[in-house]
Design a protein around this ligand. Structure first.
Ligand SMILES: [Zn+2]
Length: 217
């Protein structure tokens, strides 16, 4: 029986090729991580600058209201995470506050109601504009209705009626924690934007805390 003679391979062996591939993947991920952490650092720096700029404009962070009553815990931070509903990695643009169903939500800063909606993953949503800042509240109880008075968010059980265009003062009850939209449990999903750019609400909460501490000392 004639057996085909297998010529010894020339050049790099398979072990060498695998070693090179491992080296390549390692280098690629190290540079990827470096670029990502540099980007993240720059992004946090830029966000901190926006928070600081607002303080320079004379806004007292200590006057802002914590956005939810009966707060239990933070269930999901701002940033990349594995989505609890889809399992895919995505950017979470808000901060989640767990609170019992029906807990009242308070307006973080005095402003104007600029958005009301109840047909997206955000569920029943309220958007309030305060100067350069926009605050977004998701998964509320209640529904949005078109009335002769314009667009209105109504939560009868909570005694809430919010009209688009209406002014709301700091700390006013603007809704209740519900389960509308895409959610696995009762919580407030809260987003903050400065000049149209999202930023980490935790940076603002920390600044509110710092100023309140300074004011009581
Ligand atoms: Zn969320």
């Amino acid at each position: 029986m004639v057996r085909a003679y297998k010529k010894p391979q020339q050049g790099t062996s398979w072990q060498q090729r695998i070693a090179l591939q491992i080296l390549f993947v390692t280098l690629a991920s190290i540079s990827g991580i470096t670029v990502f952490s540099a980007w993240k650092q720059a992004s946090v720096q830029a966000q901190n600058n926006n928070v600081a700029r607002t303080a320079q404009e004379g806004r007292q962070w200590s006057e802002a209201s914590f956005p939810v009553e009966n707060f239990q815990r933070y269930t999901s931070p701002y940033g990349y995470r594995k989505s609890p509903t889809t399992g895919r990695v995505q950017f979470h643009r808000g901060l989640d506050f767990a609170a019992p169903l029906g807990s009242y939500i308070r307006n973080w800063w005095g402003g104007k109601v600029v958005g009301l909606s109840d047909h997206t993953a955000c569920g029943t949503m309220v958007v309030i504009q305060s100067g350069e800042w926009q605050h977004i509240y998701c998964h509320l109880k209640g529904t949005v209705q078109r009335t002769s008075d314009g667009l209105v968010m109504v939560d009868r059980g909570g005694g809430i009626r919010l009209r688009k265009g209406q002014r709301v003062e700091t700390g006013r009850r603007i809704g209740r924690v519900g389960m509308t939209g895409r959610t696995t449990g009762p919580h407030l999903h809260w987003e903050l934007k400065y000049e149209g750019e999202h930023l980490d609400p935790a940076l603002v909460l920390r600044e509110m805390y710092n100023q309140q501490q300074a004011a009581t000392q």
